[in-house]
Every structure is written in C-alpha cells, then in structure tokens.
Write a protein that binds this ligand. Sequence first.
Ligand code: 4LM
Length: 405
Amino acid sequence: MRADMSPKDKNKWGFSTRAIHKAQDQMAKADPYGALTSPIYMTSTFSFENAEQGGARFAGEEGGYIYTRLGNPTLNELEARLADLEGAEACMTTASGMGAITSVFWPFVEPGDEILVDETLYGCTFAYFRHGLSKFGVKVRHVDMRDPENLSREINDKCKIVYFETPANPNMRLVDIARISEVAHSVGARVVVDNTYCTPYLQNPIRLGADIVVHSATKYLGGHGDLMAGVVLSSAEDMEQIRYVGLKDMTGAVLSPMNAFLITRGLKTLELRMERHCDNAEKIAELLEKNSRVDTVFFPGLPSFEQYELAKKQMRRSGGMIAFELKGGHEAGLKFINSLKMCKIAVSLGDAETLVEHPASMTHSPYSPEERERFGITEGLVRISAGLETASDILSDIEQALEQI
Ligand code: 4LM
C-alpha cells in the first residue's frame, strides 16, 4: 500500500496541485474501481435502509445524503475543492451566479434593515437589489466604495450587509477589500464580495477580511462557456443558514451534478487558463492605449489606471477583463463591435473565445439611462473578455476593427 501524504505537506501544495488533487483523494479512495475521476452522482434522491434511518437523517442525528437539494457527493466534491482554493471554511454551489447572490441574503436581513451596495454592479445584481429585495422592506442604498470614507459616512447599525464587486462589472472600478471590511465590521455588518472577475486564483477576499464570497461559475471557473453555475463561500456557521434557509427553502437554485462535474474538470486548468487570459488582456490593453482612436482604457494592469496601486496590493495579476471608451463615443463603439471578424459579440465572460459587448445596451440595461450616467456606466463603454486564442490573432482583429471607425 502506498503511503499517503501528511495533511501538513498537502497544505504546502501550490494552487494547481490543490485544484487537481485535493478533495478528490477521499472520493477516489471510496471508488470500487479506483477511478481517477469521480463518478457523477446524477440522482435527485438517496434511498434509506429503513424509515428510522430516513427520520434520523432528517433530524440531523445521522450523517448521509437525503436529497440533492440538501447535498450530493458530486456537488460536495466541488465545494470542498473551491473552499480550499478560496481559503473559506465552507462552500455551496448553485445553479447560476444569480442563484448564489439571491440565496445569500435571506438569512441575514429583515424588513427595516439596510444593505449598502457599490454603485457599479452586474446589471441583474443591481436589479435584484433595486427591484427585488427593496420590495420586502429592506432598504438598499448605493455608495461609491472606491473611497472607504464614503462608506464610513453612510453606514450605521441598521446596515446588515455591505456588497460589492472588485473589479466591478463593467467599468473595472476597484474596492479596497481590507479597508471596506474594517468599516463594515465596525457596525457588525457582513461583507459580501462578488469575486467573479478574479476567481480564487487572482484574489481571495476572505483572506483580506470579507465574510462571504460569491462567484458566477458560469464564467472563469467553468471556463468553457457551456454551463451556468454559482458559488457561495463563507464561515461554516453562516453557510449552515445560507444552505438550509437561503438555498433549500428560499431560492432552491441547486446545481446539476453534471455541471458540478464539468466545473471540477475546469478547475484543473484554472491557473493555466487565468495566466493566459491575463497575458492576452495585458496585450489588448496595451494595444488599445496606444491607438489614437481610443480615449480611455480601464484595465488594472496599466500604470495609467487610477487604482493601479490597489490592484497590485490585492490582486495577483490584473485579470482578463478590459473596458474602454472610444473618442467617437457610443456610435464609434457600436461600429467597432460590428467590425470584429473573429472575436464574438456576446455577453458573459471568462470563456475560451474573446467576447465583446456593449454594457449600456446589454448587460447593464437593467439600469436606467440616468442611473448609468450617475454610476459611471457610460454609453460609449465597450467591454472585452480576453479569450485564450493566439494573442496575435486577437490583436489583429481588434486593430482592423479600430481602423473601420
Ligand atoms: C455578464 N454576468 O456580465 P449568472 N456576478 C457577476 C457577473 O458578471 C454575472 C453574475 C454575477 C454576465 C452575464 C450575462 C460579476 C453575470 C450572474 O449569469 O447568473 O451565472 O451570474 O456578461
């Protein structure tokens, strides 16, 4: 029998080793055939030996599976791996990013409470706060969180949750996770960070002081544009409520075991893919910045970026997302997009294909035009998700499209 590695040695493993090996070991040991990859438990329910066992599992007196909305081995394998990579005690997967975001809030807010959210958010997250939660008597207020002083001024002890994305979709504004967490914790509020743009490879908000992390795993974690999924990470205590109230009873947004399997597979190449996304994005940002038709490029890796120092402080690299404004504004932006030949015109991000979209009319259309203007989502902004293609092919497509303007 081959000796197992000590947990101490496993803790020293690098990101990719953990993404490939950790949590798989336990499943592999239990497999009667020694399968290298775990089987997919494509089942909605689990049968009990007898009625007493079913009752004991429901009462929490006995471990074991009951029903996939409450837990499933394929989901749990992915969850253990993601918790390890993000540095969280517990993880829960969901059917989409919106399923993750909407499952988090139910246990922690009541009518009369306040939630303070950043100004720039993914359009449907904005709609959930603005048109969803506020209908239940929860007051949602927007704060420009680029400056933690703004939060200090606005926050009071009615605030239960502080929520933001960093980098924010679509204008790449950054939020100082450590400083905002200090301010939120001073009134006992929880900090929830959407880490979709970074993945656990580039940024770990919980290690910087945040309480809860959410992801749209539809994006880089899945990585191939072929599934919808979401992730929540938190302390074990908070997760007990998020899973058994937020997900089980309120949203029911459970991930399919098939999609969990695909994400577990995707995680094995996450580091490789993120490095390539970052390399390609850096090259695109440099090309755009040098082009005379481009007005401003928003990319954390450019020394001209307003929050360049903060990016270096809390992100491992600058990520694969770029936003930019053309001198010709809205009209030039649409012309640019329509002139692309290889890059796809599509929403979503983190896929192998380079995806280009127009936030004002697409992902951020749930904001009214006045709200977009107030929150810095300009009409001329173009968003690029750098893909994994050969860099020179992406660059020549972008260059030729710029020449068409
Ligand atoms: C998009 N985004 O931007 P699901 N959080 C962030 C996101 O960007 C998204 C979600 C959550 C886009 C979708 C069309 C930062 C989505 C929501 O789509 O529910 O997995 O994630 O292009």
